[in-house]
Design a protein around this ligand. Structure first.
Ligand SMILES: Cc1ncc(COP(=O)(O)O)c(C=O)c1O
Length: 397
């Protein structure tokens, strides 16, 4: 028997993941993945950008690069982040292999087995897995329509032993779809200030807003730059260019950055130079801005299509958020419903989603489900939602 570490021994492939393998049949309509629309990738633009590079730049793209990232991308990305008001000059920027690597590096930098870590409930499954694989004792804090529950957070930050950090996704949350209110961000900042509990602020979806008037709500806490909290801000090219590039970033205070850079040296030495060159050219050409605008409009229209279908087909006892950006609807079923039962019936009839317990830090609460609209045509949405609604009726009545 291989003698695995304690932290890794406790990791299991979930029942949901096994069901998902069944769901990969080509005739099944999938609302499960958090994947950008394949049809939206800027393939031709990026091909043309690479083709016009001189041979030395092309060769460098095939070479190893510095661990923190290619200097040219660090510079262009700084410009991109500065437009969001982020304090790029008082912090250090690290290019990572997807923003999930940034989250994993931070997990490894902070967590010893048994250490408490504060997360939202529900929470992005990738982050939960990263923290669990380091042996974290996950403490889930509920979210409501405004953000993380402020009183619960106050209790948790006072609890001993002290949590190693708080991880949140305030901008078009995965899976809850919610956008934090400005007041809730201020409360969160107040709760953490001076407590020596760093904040990981995950902004993987913030660029995908549907309403210009949300600009103020989208201002990162890192950009507010509050005194007395170490904020590690993570972001990604996955939703604004393509996840296949596997490129993300972390903007963090010098000391935390230093540890993460050291860990990255042993993780993968550097992120792909090839895709860093592509991302750099995409920013420098200016093409990134109209592209983001285009995908925003497209996701907005897909979300509207799913909203209309949900209203038309779901029984009245099913509740959901109305997304103001991002990829997800989060549906709440009558208390105690087992959404895995709904999932099984739904897969049989040809549509798939993700059952809620996947995102519960304790892996239990299952009267919720996540539906994404990002990679579906209007026709698929109109065909697939009635299938899921029918399965809901069969299980809940
Ligand atoms: C909330 C959140 N953070 C981070 C990521 C990781 O993305 P990537 O590693 O592709 O940058 C995802 C991916 O779905 C996500 O939903």
């Amino acid at each position: 028997m291989p003698r695995f570490s304690k932290a890794v021994s406790s990791l299991r492939s979930s029942e949901i993941r096994d069901l998902m393998t069944l769901a990969s049949r080509p005739d099944v309509i999938s609302f499960a993945g958090g994947m950008p629309g394949n049809d939206l990738f800027p393939v031709r633009d990026v091909e043309a950008l690479f083709a016009q590079l001189d041979i030395r730049k092309k060769q460098a793209a095939f070479q190893y690069g510095p661990t923190p990232g290619l200097p040219s991308l660090l510079e262009s990305l700084q410009g991109f982040l500065e437009k969001k008001g982020l304090p790029v000059h008082e912090n250090r920027l690290l290019i990572t292999t997807g923003s999930l690597q940034a989250i994993s590096l931070l997990a490894r930098a902070f967590i010893d087995p048994g250490d408490p870590v504060l997360v939202e409930n529900p929470c992005f499954i990738g982050a939960l897995s990263a923290f669990k694989s380091c042996g974290a004792d996950l403490r889930g804090i509920n979210v409501d329509s405004e953000g993380i529950a402020a009183d619960e957070l106050d209790d948790e930050v006072r609890r001993m032993p002290k949590a190693k950090f708080l991880y949140v996704t305030p901008y078009f949350h995965n899976p809850a779809g919610l956008l934090y209110s400005t007041e809730r961000k201020e409360r969160l900042i107040g709760s953490l200030r001076g407590r020596d509990i760093p904040l990981i602020e995950d902004d993987a979806y913030g660029d995908l807003y549907f309403h210009q008037e949300d600009a103020l709500r989208l201002k990162p806490m890192k950009a507010i730059n509050p005194e007395g909290i170490d904020i590690c801000y993570t972001g990604s090219f996955s939703k604004i260019l393509g996840p296949g590039l596997r490129l993300g970033w972390m903007l963090a205070p010098e000391e935390i950055y230093g540890k993460c850079e050291l860990i990255k040296q042993s993780a993968d030495a550097c992120s792909s130079s090839y895709t860093q060159v592509l991302a750099d050219e995409f920013i420098r050409s200016g093409l990134i801005y109209p592209y983001i605008e285009k995908v925003r409009q497209e996701y907005r229209s897909r979300a509207a299509g799913m909203l209309a279908a949900l209203k038309r087909h779901m029984p009245g006892y099913v509740k959901w958020n109305e997304p103001r950006g991002g990829f997800y609807f989060w549906l709440t079923l009558p208390e105690g419903t087992d959404s895995t039962e709904i999932l099984k019936l739904s897969i049989e009839s040809g549509a798939v989603f993700v059952a809620g317990k996947t995102f519960d830090p304790a892996g239990k609460k299952n009267d919720t489900m996540r539906l994404s609209y990002c990679n579906n045509s209007a026709a698929e949405i109109d065909e697939g939602i009635p299938v899921i609604a029918e399965a809901v009726r069969k299980v809940c009545g």
